[in-house]
Design a protein around this ligand. Sequence first.
Ligand SMILES: [Mn+2]
Length: 573
Amino acid sequence: MLTADMRRNSRIFAAFFLMWIGCTIYYYFSFDDKGSGMNEALKLKDDVIQDRLRQQNSVTKLSDPTPHDADTDKLSWKYFDEKSYIAKTKLRQGEDAFGRNKFNQRASDDIPSNRDIVDTRQPGCRGVSHRKDLPATSVIITFHNEARSALLRTIVSVLNRSPENLIKEIILVDDFSDNPDDGLELAKIQKVRVLRNERRQGLMRSRVRGADAATASILTFLDSHCECNKGWLEPLLERISENKTRVVSPIIDVVSMDNFAYIGASSNLKGGFDWNLVFKWDFMTADEMTRRRGNTIAPVRTPMIAGGLFAIDKSWFEEIGKYDMMMDVWGGENLEISFRVWQCHGSLEIIPCSRVGHVFRKQHPYTFPGGSGNVFARNTRRAAEVWMDNYTMFYYAAVPSAKHVPIGSIKHRLDLREKLKCKSFSWYLENVYPELKVPNREDVISGAIHQGSQCIDTLGHFQGQTVGLYYCHNSGGNQDWVLGKNQKIKHLDMCLGIAGVIEVGRQVKLESCNVQNTKQKWVQQSKEGGLFRLHQHETLCLDSKGHEANGLTLQTCNSSSSTQMWKFVLSKS
Ligand SMILES: [Mn+2]
C-alpha cells in the first residue's frame, strides 16, 4: 500500500540521514580533537570555550566583516595555550637556569608537556588487566612558586595517561606563590580546580585543604614536578579498592634535574631510615628477594614512604587523622604518616606496576620561614615524640641538637594515637622494619657526669674551648653528656678531646666529634664511672684539679685521687 511504501521510504531516508549525521559528527570530532595533533589534556572547560567563542564573534563582527576562515584558530580556542603560559616566566638572557627552581628550568621549558617517555614498567605489568569498576580519584597537587612548565607537565601527564573516568578532578593548592596567575591560569583546563592560600601554610596544611575540598573517594597526592607514566593509576586504585587501609605509592622514577631525561628506577627498593630519621632508599633484603621470585610485580611492603606521591582512601585519611596540622613547611610528615599508618592498623605499599617520574633535587628551591634545619628538626621531633615511645633516645643520640628544639603541644596527636588504639613502636620495629638495627641502650643513654656535688659542665663554651665543673642541677643542658659508641664523651655534636701533643697538664677541650680521632677516646673504669683513661695513653686520666683556672685537664692516673673519680648518672627524661 501507498502508506506502507511511504513509511518504508521514510525509514530508509531516516536511516541514511542518521548515518550522514553520524559520519559528519565523527569527521568533525576526529578532525577537531584528534586529527589535529592537539594535546588532549589541555582541553579547556566548556564555559571557557563558550566565553571565547562569544568574544571572538563579537570582535569579528566589529572589526572584520569578511568571513573568517580559521579552523585552526577555532581549534586552538578549545585548548589551553601552553606556549604563552610558559613564555611569561621564561628565563631572562644570561639568567642561571637553576637559579629559581634548583633544577634546569630551561630544559623543562623546552620540552612539551605531553612528550613521550619510555614505559619503564617490568614486562609483566603490561598484560595485567584491571577491574572495570575502579573508583575515581581526586588528584591533589600543592605547589609554591613551581616552574610553570614542570607544574603543567604534572597535570598533563595525569590527564593524558589516566583513563578519563578515573580522574574526578585535579585540585591545585597554590601555597601563596608570588604570582597568583601561576595557578589561576590553569583553572581554565578541564577538571582543574585551583585553591589559593592567603598566606604560606606549608605542605601539610595545604594538602589537608585540598583533601577537604576533594569530591572523589580516593585521594592521590602528587608533588608539583612529576610526570605520570603509562598505566600508573589503575594498579594504585585497585589496591585501595580491595582494602581501604592500604596506602599505596608508585615506584618513583627519576626525572633528571639537569636535562629532564626520564630514567627508570630500580624495582627492588623500599623506603627506610636511620636513627637520624632521614628518609632513605633500602634494597630489599635477600629474604624478600627470594620470596618475590615467583611474582616480581607483587606489591612491596615498605616501612616508610618518600611522601611526595601516594594514594589513600579519603575516608581512611580522615579516620587516621589526616596530617599533623602543627607541622610547618616541609619535612617529617612522611615519617609521621608512615608510623601512623602502620601502627594504627594499616599498611604501606609500593606498587611496582605504577610508575611516576619525579624531579629529585639536591637543595630546596624555596626559603623556609624559620630556617630549614629547624623546621625539619621540629617536624621530625613531633613525629618521634608521638609515635616512637622511648626509642626516641636513639634519635636524640644520633641528632643531639634535636633534643632542644621546641615542638609545641603534641597532646592532640597523642589523643589520636590513644583513640585509634595504635600499636607500639617496638611492634613496628619487629614486624615492619626488622632490618633497622637498634643500638645498645648503653651506647646512647645520656646523663650527667658527677664528681661529688659537682658535674662536668660546658659552662656555655663552644668548640675549641675548655669545660669545667658546676653544681649539678639535674636538668640536662650544659651538663648533658652521652657516653657514646667509640668511647666518646659527647655533648650535642661535640666530644671531649685533646688538641695537640699528649702530655700531663694538657687542657681537655670541646671538639667536633670524629670517629677516627683516638684523642677523643676515653676508657671507662666501669659502667658507673671511676677513672676516665685516655685511649692508648692509659696512664693519663681526666682530672678536675685546678678546674677554676684551666678547666678539666689530663693528669697522671691515680685511683685514690678524688679529682679523677667520676660517676655517670642517667638523666630521668
Ligand atoms: Mn618533590
